[in-house]
Write a new protein. Structure first.
Length: 511
């Protein structure tokens, strides 16, 4: 019969074993979180592709403004161009889009354009017209709520013979290592199934599983927005900030369309992604080679600027993931006293970028920053984080800041424009645009992103049009309201400032 002393020793032993087990679990959790944050990246992530001739470059813009009576006005060009590119293709279409669905959350459906259906219909029509054509759609698993749903338009694409590639996000590093460390200890093996949901879909109609919510908390994403098609005897590419997402159809956005070897580089970047997301090279032999050249890392902007000056022709290069960050920081560092840096972006929170802008302003660069107010997202109210705390910080450093005037839509553009002081033909203008917001998640090899850098003389049409666009958005008029200065009432205060800093540093955020 156990004595009181034996029972005491047993309890102590159980307590020690439990404590050791908890410590082991915590250590394993921490180790897995560190591994997920710093593990090797898949091939093709964070690449600056070679500088190319900028052939048939066109700037495309979706923009909004309000007249004196408060009536909304809109001009759109991006998806009209994308649909036209698809309609003329005969051999290959590769689409990579982040949000490709009709989920609307709590947003008002009035005025929305059915972009997800338009794009799906165009791809299906072209596949039916030319059955031997290869059509690939690469997208993020958020469009299936991480396996809980199969939206009707994606099912139609598959039934039509379109190759649907869902990005293998676990191959990426952890944006939120605190959660991902636990997730990859076993929760990720739970899988998901369609038709078994019992929880509300936060993005739209239907019900989803708890596993979808748990997967979503990793905050990984294929955030790219690209299109490549054959175009006559050559190739054409499109890099944009716009999603074929119905509830995003009223947003301000920007895109660059171009032909030639740069389009093949864009295609090669998507081939790499498709390869490791589909377990191997998708449809071997059906991907054209990018002029026989391999991806290589380049010093930010210097080569493009030099070649553009040598023959007076514009140059561009494709940038993915952290290479976008390097190009942005390189471009800001090159700006000299009297130069102008104009930025229009949906999210600005990346600390090295914020500090670089403050340093540029301090050395005499004229910096203007146009931001989305971060007040609404698909009908849901937002706190203004991160843009309002960052805007306050920049304004205190002497940088001019304005917020877009929005009523439900978003200023979803991601653009940096650099112009030299005065008229100096020896120093060209440059811009960087694409999918990447200026955040840790978008610029530090966590999300998948694609942007393009264009360098040319200031009168290069696409660069001149980008400058004119920024001026229209910056200089608001009573009959064309586009932006406004920060108001005293919108001052964020210390709490929001430190909340933003904590969210940016830890990854416990959606930006």
């Amino acid at each position: 019969m156990p004595t009181p002393g034996n029972r005491h020793h047993r309890r102590q032993r159980i307590k020690r074993i439990t404590t050791l087990a908890l410590l082991l679990l915590m250590a394993t959790w921490l180790a897995m979180g560190v591994w997920q944050r710093y593990k090797p990246l898949p091939e093709g992530v964070g690449v600056a592709w070679p500088v190319r001739e900028a052939n048939d470059v066109r700037l495309l813009v979706d923009e909004n403004w309000y007249d004196a009576a408060g009536q909304a006005h809109q001009r759109q060009a991006i998806f009209d161009e994308a649909l036209g590119m698809i309609a003329q293709a005969k051999r290959l279409i590769v689409v990579d889009m982040f949000l490709f669905n009709d989920f609307a959350g709590k947003a008002d459906n009035e005025g929305m354009r059915a972009l997800s259906s338009e794009l799906s219909d165009a791809l299906i029509k072209q596949k039916h017209r030319l059955p031997d054509m290869v059509v690939r759609v690469i997208t993020d698993p958020i469009n299936t709520l991480y396996g809980a749903l199969m939206p009707e338009h994606l099912a139609r694409l598959k039934a039509a013979g379109v190759e649907l590639i869902i990005t293998d996000l676990p191959r990426l590093r952890a944006s939120n290592p605190l959660w991902s460390g636990l997730w990859h200890l076993g929760l990720s093996r739970l899988g998901n199934d369609q038709g078994g949901g019992w929880l509300p879909n936060p993005l739209g109609q239907g019900q989803i599983t708890l596993r979808s919510y748990l997967s979503m908390a990793n905050f990984r994403a294929n955030h790219r927005k690209t299109l490549v098609v054959d175009d006559g005897n050559g190739w054409a590419g499109l890099v944009t900030s716009a999603n074929p997402h119905d509830a995003s159809s009223r947003h301000d956005n920007i895109a660059l369309r171009f032909d030639g070897d740069a389009a093949l580089d864009l295609l090669a970047s998507e081939r790499l992604l498709a390869g490791w997301s589909s377990g191997g090279d998708s449809a071997p032999g059906r991907w054209p080679e990018a002029s026989g050249q391999q991806a290589r890392r380049l010093a930010p902007a210097a080569s493009a600027e030099k070649t553009a000056l040598e023959d007076a022709e514009p140059r561009l290069r494709i940038l993915t993931d952290a290479a976008i960050r390097d190009a942005l920081l390189g471009r800001i560092a090159q700006a000299k006293r009297g130069d102008r840096l104009d930025i229009a972006v949906f999210y600005l929170s990346h600390r090295p970028l914020v500090e670089a802008l403050k340093q540029a302003s301090a050395r005499g660069v004229a910096v203007r920053v146009l931001l989305d107010p971060n007040r609404q997202a698909f009908g849901m109210a937002k706190s203004g984080v991160p843009n309002r705390p960052v805007a306050d910080e920049l304004a205190r450093a002497g940088i001019d800041v304005r917020f877009c005037v929005t009523h439900g839509e978003q200023c979803h553009t991601k653009l940096l424009l650099h112009r030299a002081a005065g008229r100096q033909p020896a120093r060209p203008a440059a811009m960087i645009l694409g999918s990447a917001n200026y955040t840790r998640r978008n610029l530090d090899n966590l999300n998948l992103e694609t942007s393009v850098e264009l360098v040319g003389r200031t009168d290069t049409p696409a660069l001149a049009q980008a400058a004119a666009l920024f001026e229209r958005q910056w200089h608001s008029r009573k009959d064309r309201r586009t932006s406004e200065p920060p108001s005293a009432e919108s001052a964020p205060g210390a709490l929001k400032h430190w909340r933003y800093r904590l969210m940016e540093a830890t990854g416990l955020s959606t930006f």
